[in-house]
Design a protein around this ligand. Structure first.
Ligand code: PMP
Length: 355
């Protein structure tokens, strides 16, 4: 081994879901939105001022932060924006989790938390979820260097009531508590309303799911001025221009397009409720999802086999070959027509297994 190789930072990377090419596939594996971005967003994209691209974008991302602040009744100083919520969360880990004490997150949750903790050398502990995938609030009342909870959680789809979240935030006023609300717009109640009472709370959301903008990479954090200032100081010490001109203008248009946002999220939730009934009929069980995906299991079917068979049929869902998760498939709620094909195919598979 060459000397320089010895000094390479070794990390076990996060593995994102597959992005297969081809137009005849049904893609239900990365919790994207089946609907296109709002017409306002498409127009903003078409009208992008190309002559501005020779200039750097606004490092303060004011147009987008102002729009978000107005929409959520906050001030611009209480908003941080980043390249997807992954960027916002990574920046928050780097900024706030700087103590010797372990940070806490559940044993089953978004796997990126462990990756960032390892990358940044942050000690961590992972309290176990209950058998029905809920947190025990008592587990989060021990000494810690910070807490991060996805609510609703991924890949379980379980939403925890705001009362529990508040209990944890209240009991941990010496740490920063991050609530990752990537899926909050599909029926959950945001912790944003706790912000007036707790300056140690950071609420993180994304444009990737409910706003159909996964490809544009926009996420944001909401928190006290002190938290946001600290995150900006770290951001400016790393990369000042994270948000492209396109992301700023299309993001702003997306915040304005509220009627479209309401309509498309409602349609996804309706399809989800329909899918729940169909899958129950086929004998599947799953936590009561408040997200744009279901976390399904079946007593008589091996999840991995069904996953592979569906892939042959060009239907992509997500399978995690990991302890505790290997009996489950995570299925994104796509357009109703696609979910009808999915249900029909799953039914076909089950019939073929019975023969
Ligand atoms: N948090 C959770 C719980 C997620 O599932 C995802 C999507 N992979 C993200 C954050 C990051 O999403 P994005 O970077 O697209 O905003």
């Amino acid at each position: 081994m060459k000397t320089w190789e010895k000094y390479i930072r070794r990390v076990e990377p996060y593995i994102p879901g597959e992005q297969p090419a081809g137009s005849d596939i049904i893609k239900l594996n990365t919790n994207e939105n089946p609907y296109p971005p709002a017409p306002e967003v498409i127009r903003a994209g078409q009208e992008l001022p190309m002559d501005r691209l020779s200039r750097y974008p606004d490092p303060e991302a004011s147009i987008l932060r102002k729009a978000l602040a107005k929409h959520y009744g906050l001030s611009q100083e209480e908003i941080f924006v980043g390249v997807g919520s992954d960027d916002v969360l990574g920046m928050a880990f780097l900024t706030f989790f700087n103590s010797e004490k372990p940070i806490l997150f559940p044993n089953i949750t978004y796997s990126f938390y462990e990756v960032w903790a390892e990358l940044f050398g942050i000690p961590y502990e992972r309290p176990e979820l209950t058998r029905d995938f809920h947190i025990c609030t008592e587990d989060y009342k021990r000494e810690n260097g910070g807490i991060v909870l996805a609510n609703p959680n991924a890949p379980t789809s379980v939403f925890e009531p705001l009362l529990w979240i508040e209990e944890i935030v209240r009991a941990n006023q010496d740490s920063v508590v991050i609530i990752d609300e990537a899926y909050i717009d599909f029926g959950g109640q945001s912790s944003r309303e706790l912000l007036t009472r707790y300056d140690n709370l950071l609420v993180v959301q994304t444009f990737s799911k409910s706003r159909s903008l996964a490809g544009m990479r926009i996420g944001f954090g909401m928190g006290s001025r002190k938290l946001i200032k600290a995150m900006n100081d770290v951001k400016y010490s790393y990369n000042s221009y994270t948000m492209s001109q396109a992301a700023l203008l299309m993001g702003e248009a997306s915040v304005r397009a509220d009627a479209y946002f309401q309509e498309t999220t409602k349609r996804i939730m309706e399809t989800r409720e329909w899918l729940k009934a169909e899958l129950r009929r086929l004998g599947f069980s799953f936590p009561d999802s408040m997200t744009n995906f279901l976390f399904i299991t079946h007593e008589e079917i091996e999840a991995e086999k069904l996953f592979l068979w569906l892939k042959e049929q060009k239907i992509y869902v997500r399978y995690f070959r990991k302890p505790l998760l290997s009996e489950y498939l995570r299925v994104t709620i796509g357009a109703r027509e696609d979910m009808e094909v999915f249900v029909a195919k799953v039914g076909e598979y089950m019939t073929s297994q019975k023969r």
